[in-house]
Write a protein that binds this ligand. Structure first.
Ligand SMILES: [Zn+2]
Length: 237
């Protein structure tokens, strides 16, 4: 498993090269519509347009966010009043849900940098901003296969889970577990920091399957139904 470790470059920077999913307009501000693309959720779309998901659902007569279909045309309420100033969300935040699910490694934080190519460099995880010292929790039960320092990652914890999954927690202020320990899902394993290549306190979080980095968003509950997990204003800048 340790053979899979690579030096993380450019971590903590923002994704300037990520293609940004912006609002699509009918051309008339009074009748703005949005055609649902694969991977989009009510929450994501509402965020893109700077409106509440409740309002978006009400206007479109949706009672359940799961009713959304690819290709469905949604009416966007309040178009023309700040709708275009909402921060767009980078493509990396849209990912289909995997059957295997982990829990969020922090109770509250802002999603600041998505998985994927960033300034020509692959970002193997997601970055979650929160204050220094924020407890970092095991995304699932597992065994600590690394707890120490790695170039780029700073203080780093790596957990091995059942069926070939590994989760990675980087830039920690302090690691609170040791190699060989077993941890429960949700157990605090570290404190958030800015060690290694980080521009400020954030958690660099990876999900790997058979040593291959996956988009963690596929393995986590939707931010819209996870209290405390929000998109940073600059998540696509
Ligand atoms: Zn990162």
């Amino acid at each position: 498993m340790l053979g899979a470790l690579v030096v993380l470059s450019a971590c903590g920077q923002r994704s300037e090269s990520a293609r940004v999913l912006g609002p699509s307009s009918s051309g008339n501000q009074a009748a703005l519509t949005h055609t649902v693309a694969p991977g989009e959720t009510i929450y994501h779309i509402a965020h893109v347009y700077g409106i509440s998901s409740e309002r978006l659902m009400a206007v479109n007569h949706l009672s359940d966010p799961r009713e959304l279909r690819v290709g469905q045309v949604l009416l966007i309420p309040g178009a023309g009043r700040g709708a275009y100033t909402a921060a767009p969300i980078a493509e990396g935040w849209f990912a289909p849900k995997a059957a295997r699910q982990f829990s969020w490694p922090v109770a509250a934080g802002q999603l600041s940098s998505p998985f994927g190519m960033r300034n020509g460099v692959m970002h193997d995880g997601i970055d979650i901003d929160a204050p220094e010292g924020t407890p970092i929790r095991a995304a699932d039960a597992g065994t600590v296969i690394f707890a120490g320092r790695q170039r780029g990652y700073g203080n780093l914890v790596i957990l091995e889970h059942r069926d070939g999954y590994v989760t990675v927690y980087g830039h920690n202020e302090r690691n609170l577990v040791r190699q060989g320990e077993t941890v429960a899902r949700g157990e605090t394993i570290a404190q958030m920091g800015a060690t290694g290549r980080a521009s400020g306190p954030n958690l660099h979080f990876e999900v790997r399957y058979n040593n291959r980095p996956q988009n963690p968003i596929s393995y986590l509950p939707d931010p819209g139904i996870s209290p405390g997990i929000t998109f940073a204003r600059n998540s696509a800048d």
